[in-house]
Design a protein around this ligand. Structure first.
Ligand code: NDX
Length: 256
């Protein structure tokens, strides 16, 4: 049966960190080509409806750790911290896989990016789940440790902001519409990338709560992946809407 190989965790986390830097260097100047950054008049071939695409892409991040958790024998019952943290990860991806896609009004998603996105979700789902279920060691009172409680607080706060902002974006369109409008309300009052800000806070909270290398590597990846994307969204809005709110920042309220 499976056991913990610390060298494997170190290697996979380092590769995730390297992928983050690659992502940053590729997409600092040029945004990832999906959503509002896809070239106009693209062929409709080679895409999947947003609904299927987001479902398929994010499913492994839910399934892989959930299976690792369910299939471990003997089941890992102690300490509570490990199961709880693994459940938090699965909870986010339950939302992203089974709820978000069914309400999205996004444009069809490029198959090529879907393929890489799925690979990424398998990789990261395995790393986070494997670490928490086979490797992590916490004292029995981890749930009262300041790292766990403050991390959990940030995770929940970030998740709240992310879900609320996803909802505000969706409400900008009527069903079937594909046009872009100026997001209003919630944290969009302060930043163009409110959904991304929430997601970044969420994964740094998760990293603090788990106090683990894999989770910090994933938080760093998230920052490198959607941080630049928030900046590109911001530039797109400034270019497209002459009446775009002047005081609004790209990602971090009042700062940047
Ligand atoms: N999926 C994470 N790199 C990614 C998919 C692409 O979950 O090979 C990263 C994720 C993947 C990426 C993933 C990893 C890196 C990949 C990349 C592709 C290439 C790249 C694999 C896995 C790669 C190397 C080589 C380095 C490995 O029509 P539309 O779609 O634009 O409509 C949008 C709508 N909307 C508006 N509607 C009206 N008016 C407006 N002004 C609007 N603005 C937007 O709202 C959408 O329907 C919806 C949201 O759009 P947008 O653009 O704000 O968010 P989006 O980027 O689509 O993300 C959706 C959610 C969001 O909450 C975000 O936080 C989360 O997913 N997310 C997204 C990306 C990554 C991630 C989280 C993470 O890293 N944790």
């Amino acid at each position: 049966s499976m056991q913990c190989f610390p060298g494997l965790v170190l290697a996979l986390s380092s590769l995730l960190g390297a992928l983050a830097l690659l992502q940053l260097s590729l997409h600092l100047r040029v945004p990832s080509r999906y959503g509002k950054h896809e070239e106009r008049l693209c062929r409709p071939r080679g895409r999947l409806p947003a609904r299927c695409a987001w479902f398929l892409q994010e499913l492994p991040s839910f399934l892989v750790p959930a299976l690792l958790l369910a299939l471990r024998s003997p089941p890992r019952l102690e300490p509570l911290g490990c199961r709880l943290l693994c459940c938090l990860f699965c909870w986010h991806y339950f939302y992203r896989t089974f709820i978000y896609p069914f309400f999205t009004r996004g444009r069809p998603f490029p198959l090529q990016l879907l393929f890489f996105g799925m690979l990424f979700c398998i990789y990261n789902g395995f790393l986070q789940g494997y670490y928490l279920i086979y490797c992590a060691e916490y004292p029995n009172d981890w749930c009262t440790d300041i790292r766990f409680t403050s991390g959990l607080f940030l995770f929940l706060l970030g998740m709240g902001i992310n879900i609320h902002s996803d909802l505000l974006l969706r409400q900008l369109r009527k069903p079937g519409e594909v046009i872009y409008k100026i997001p209003q309300g919630g944290l969009f009052t302060y930043v163009s990338g409110a959904n991304y800000f929430g997601e970044i806070v969420e994964w740094f909270g998760f990293a603090i709560a788990t106090w683990s290398l894999p989770a910090f590597a994933f938080a760093f990846f998230t920052l490198c992946c959607i941080g630049p994307r928030a900046y590109h969204h911001h530039r797109y809005y400034l270019k497209t809407f002459t009446d775009y709110p002047k005081s609004r920042k790209a990602l971090i309220p009042f700062v940047f």
